[in-house]
Design a protein around this ligand. Structure first.
Ligand SMILES: CC(C)(COP(=O)(O)OP(=O)(O)OC[C@H]1O[C@@H](n2cnc3c(N)ncnc32)[C@H](O)[C@@H]1OP(=O)(O)O)[C@@H](O)C(=O)NCCC(=O)NCCS
Length: 178
C-alpha cells in the first residue's frame, strides 16, 4: 500500500538521488531549473510517495514563480515539477497520486478573495494534458530563461482569460500560496 507524505518529511539527499536517477545528473542545466532559480519549493504543496516497504519511489515539487509581462507586471504562478517516479516503479499510478495530491493542495489553498494560482510546467502534454488538463495553447508567447519546446510549456488554470498573453517566466517568492 503506497503512502503519500509531505516532502519535508524526506531526507533532502534522498530526494536529490531520486531526481538524478529520473532525469540524469545534468538535470540542473535545464530551463525548468532556471525558471525557479533561487527559490525554495513550497512546503504544503510538495509531496513524496513511499511504497509498501516505505521506500521513496516518487516526488513532486511546486515552486513560486511569476510571468512578468512587457510592462513589468508580475502574474504569480505555481511551477509544477519535477514530477519523478523511480524507473522500476513507473506506470503503477504513483505519478497520478503525486499530481492529484499537489493539485488538490493547490485547490485547497484558494480563498474567496484569492483564487488558486495557475500552474505552469514543462512536461509531456500526452501525460499532463490527458490526465490533468494542462494545455500549451496559452503559453505560445511566454518566454523562458533558456530553450524550451513550446508544445511542452504547459499551463492549467480555472479561468485562462486571466493569463497574460505574453511575458517572461522567472522565480518570484511573492507567488507564495497562502
Ligand atoms: C512521467 C511520470 C511522472 C509518470 O508517472 P507514472 O507513475 O510512471 O505514471 P502513472 O502510473 O501515473 O500513469 C500511467 C499512465 O500514464 C502514461 N504515461 C506515463 N508516462 C507518460 C509520458 N511521459 N507521456 C505520456 N504518457 C505517459 C502511461 O502510458 C499510462 O497510461 P495508461 O493509464 O493509458 O496505461 C514518470 O513516468 C516519470 O517520472 N518519468 C521520468 C521523468 C519524466 O520524464 N517526467 C516527465 C517530464 S516532467
Amino acid at each position: 500500500m503506497a503512502t503519500l507524505v509531505p516532502l519535508s518529511a524526506v531526507d533532502p539527499e534522498m530526494i536529490e538521488q531520486l531526481l538524478d536517477r529520473s532525469f540524469g545528473e545534468d538535470r540542473h542545466a535545464r530551463t525548468a531549473y532556471r525558471i525557479r532559480e533561487g527559490v525554495e519549493w513550497l512546503d504544503g504543496l510538495s509531496f513524496a510517495a513511499l511504497d509498501e516497504d516505505e521506500y521513496l519511489v516518487g516526488t513532486i515539487q511546486l515552486w513560486p514563480v511569476a510571468l512578468t509581462d512587457p510592462e513589468g507586471r508580475n502574474s504569480p504562478l505555481l511551477m509544477v515539477g519535477p514530477v519523478a517516479v523511480v524507473p522500476e516503479r513507473q506506470n503503477e499510478g504513483f505519478g497520478k497520486m503525486l499530481m492529484i495530491a499537489a493539485l488538490e493542495a493547490v485547490a485547497a489553498s484558494a480563498t474567496s478573495d484569492a483564487p488558486a494560482l495557475p500552474q505552469v510546467m514543462i512536461g509531456d502534454p500526452e501525460y499532463y494534458g490527458r490526465f490533468f488538463g494542462f494545455t500549451a495553447e496559452p503559453t505560445a508567447k511566454w518566454h523562458c530563461p533558456g530553450p524550451v519546446d513550446h508544445a511542452r510549456l504547459l499551463v492549467r488554470c480555472d479561468n485562462p482569460a486571466v493569463l497574460p498573453e505574453e511575458g517572461m517566466l522567472g522565480p518570484w517568492p511573492g507567488a507564495l500560496a497562502s
